[in-house]
Design a protein around this ligand. Structure first.
Ligand code: SF4
Ligand code: SF4
Length: 64
């Protein structure tokens, strides 16, 4: 996976869901982000705006 969410760090604030410009993050039943990878453009906004440093975005090799 090219976007990793550290469930231990995540506080379920929903900022990543709100901030994603492509609307590809949803909160799951456990209150953690679920990412629709096929829609993601790897802009990095979710990583930058997460208050807990719980998201790590790595750009896939094929689109670097
Ligand atoms: S912004 Fe960070 S802390 Fe908030 S829901 Fe997303 S991953 Fe969790
Ligand atoms: S990297 Fe950008 S497009 Fe992908 S999930 Fe994060 S905010 Fe959305």
């Amino acid at each position: 996976m090219s976007i990793k969410v550290d469930a231990e760090k995540c506080i379920g604030c929903g900022t990543c869901e709100d901030i994603c410009p492509l609307d590809c993050i949803r909160m799951d039943e456990a209150g953690k982000p679920f990412i629709k990878y096929e829609l993601c453009w790897y802009c990095g906004s979710c990583q930058i705006d997460c208050p807990c440093e719980a998201i790590k975005v790595t750009i896939p090799f094929l689109i670097r």
